[in-house]
Design a protein around this ligand. Structure first.
Ligand code: NAD
Ligand code: 44H
Length: 470
């Protein structure tokens, strides 16, 4: 009988355990492949430990805690896998444990709070402002107001919990701190600032003013394709590494992190691990959000309509590939700037997306479309139309999404009820109703509605049924 493999922990792999100076909200796959990797590879890693909180469930924190917060990062290239144990996370906590969050954020030693809570968790309205009316925000505003007056009140969203913890930091006199959004949002620092200040209004008693003066909201562009871990990944780590790891994470070899903003209480020297610190982040953000995430959205809807399950499969379909390249041509008109090198970036994306060993599921990317399309299709289309062109490449992304939700596919979206109501309408009203959830301005433009309507059905045929081109 084979002996059970040894479990991964700090006795088996005695990595240093630095003190907590970073608090992370959203303990998912991406944080572990990206910010935790950069922190481990910074030259001052010995001073910077991370306490990471889950978002909605305790499971990931419980699993990681069972192995002293160590996990294996599997770097998966087209040619093979390499393995590295990451130890920069030193505490993994259930997000509902607001007492521990408050304690850590209020501590003088804590200098940075990072976020990977997904785009939908910022509670944005269609115009990009904070929407106090979403159920999560409304509940948190009430909870924060109760907590401020000493009554029982515990916020349930990550940003509501962060506001509670920032109130504790103010009370403890621990001074300024940086909040760093690592979610795929344009101007993610500014979005985080608006959402935090919006929720802080529930607390009252000058908390919003204190946050304005003491919290630096850093914007970042983050990049490393990190699909969800599978059972096969867990089995592979056991076989190749000789220990059992319940929480490995798989990522492509490529990684990129561009940051812009102040860190009033310090930060790890991430730039010496390859991160880039810039003054103006917008061109980098747009390049990444439009070219990578925008084409991911096209592939998610068009690809699934054509029967594909992964990014690599969809990209191999000429119809999907053409839609991606047409959108890239459009977006490139509005990506000017020194060092952006769009042709090289595009070539690299084709190679990254084509890595068949990274099974990046289209269903995962398809989630939360209304929030994502506002930052991926809408700005490019608006810029194209302002320059007198049609914006057909961006319109095709919107048409593919409309076909996808109309076809009765399962989807997750903060506006799911509104999407269902719009889908129940007919013809142009349906198109206009769905566009309105993404951009009121585009929905009111008859030219856009007509263009998107004309493009419906573009991906209706499966590849096998597509007539051979002549
Ligand atoms: N995975 C990637 O390749 C990648 C790359 C770049 C950026 N990102 C950004 O990171 C985010 C997280 O990606 P991931 O791969 O870690 O996902 P994940 O599903 O592994 O983890 C997401 C974390 O956020 C929490 N969460 C999810 N939805 C939430 C909500 N509505 N409210 C509160 N908490 C919520 C989850 O509980 C979990 O802790 C993405 O949405 C994206 O903005 C991901
Ligand atoms: O939920 P999303 O669409 O923001 O993320 C899914 C993928 O598009 C995304 O995770 C990319 O892999 C990532 O942005 C690459 O850096």
């Amino acid at each position: 009988m084979n002996a059970a493999p040894l479990a991964l922990n700090r006795s088996l792999k005695p990595l240093p355990k630095p003190p907590v100076r970073i608090v992370h909200l959203g303990l998912g796959a991406f944080h572990r492949s990206h910010q935790a990797w950069y922190t481990q590879h910074a030259p001052d890693a010995a001073e910077w430990g991370i306490a990471a909180f889950t978002g909605r469930r305790p499971d990931a924190a419980a699993a990681l805690s069972r192995q002293d917060c160590l996990y294996t990062l599997v770097e998966r290239s087209a040619g093979g896998d390499s393995f590295e144990v990451i130890g920069s996370i030193v505490e993994a906590v259930d997000g509902a444990n607001t007492a521990r969050l408050c304690e850590l954020v209020a501590a003088k030693e804590t200098a940075v709070v990072t976020l990977t809570i997904t785009e939908a968790a910022y509670g944005l309205a269609a115009d990009g402002t904070f929407d106090a009316g979403t159920p999560g925000a409304a509940d948190d505003l009430r909870a924060l107001s109760a907590a401020a007056s000493g009554e029982a009140g515990v916020p349930g969203t990550p940003l509501g919990r962060l506001v509670l913890a920032l109130a504790r930091r103010r009370d403890s006199g621990s001074g300024p701190i940086a909040v760093v959004s690592c979610d795929n949002l344009s101007a993610n620092g500014e979005v985080a600032r608006r959402a935090v200040l919006g929720l802080a209004s529930g607390w009252g008693s000058g908390l919003a003013g204190w946050i304005e003066a003491n919290v630096s909201f850093v914007s970042t562009s983050v990049d490393r394709i990190t699909p969800r871990t599978t059972e096969a990944d867990i089995a592979e780590v056991e076989e190749q590494c000789g220990y059992s790891d319940n929480s490995p994470v798989v990522a492509e070899p490529f990684r990129n992190w561009v940051l812009s903003g102040d860190f009033p209480a310090g930060r790890p020297r991430w730039e010496e691990a390859g991160a880039v610190v810039v003054g103006d982040i917008e061109p980098y953000e747009n390049r990444k959000l439009w070219l990578l995430n925008g084409s991911h959205s096209i592939l998610a809807y068009a690809g699934q309509l054509r029967g594909h399950a992964t990014v690599a499969d969809a990209l191999a379909d000429p119809l999907c590939r053409k839609a991606v390249e047409d959108f890239w041509d459009e977006a490139a008109h509005h990506l000017q700037g020194e060092g952006l090198d769009i042709p090289t970036y595009r070539r690299a994306l084709l190679e990254r997306f084509g890595n068949e060993r990274i099974a990046h599921r289209l269903a995962q990317i398809a989630a939360d479309a209304t929030t994502k399309l506002r930052m991926r299709a809408v700005p490019v289309m608006a810029a194209e139309r302002a320059d007198g062109r049609s914006g057909a490449g961006s319109a095709l992304m919107l048409a593919a999404w409309i076909d996808y939700v109309t076809a009765g596919n399962d989807f997750q979206d903060p506006l799911a009820a509104e999407i269902q109501a719009a889908v129940a309408l007919d013809g142009t009203n349906r198109v206009q109703g769905l566009l309105r959830l993404v951009s009121a301005a585009l929905a009111e433009d008859p030219g856009v509605v007509a263009l998107v309507s004309r493009l419906l059905g573009s991906f209706a045929t499966t590849p096998a049924a597509t007539p051979a081109s002549t």
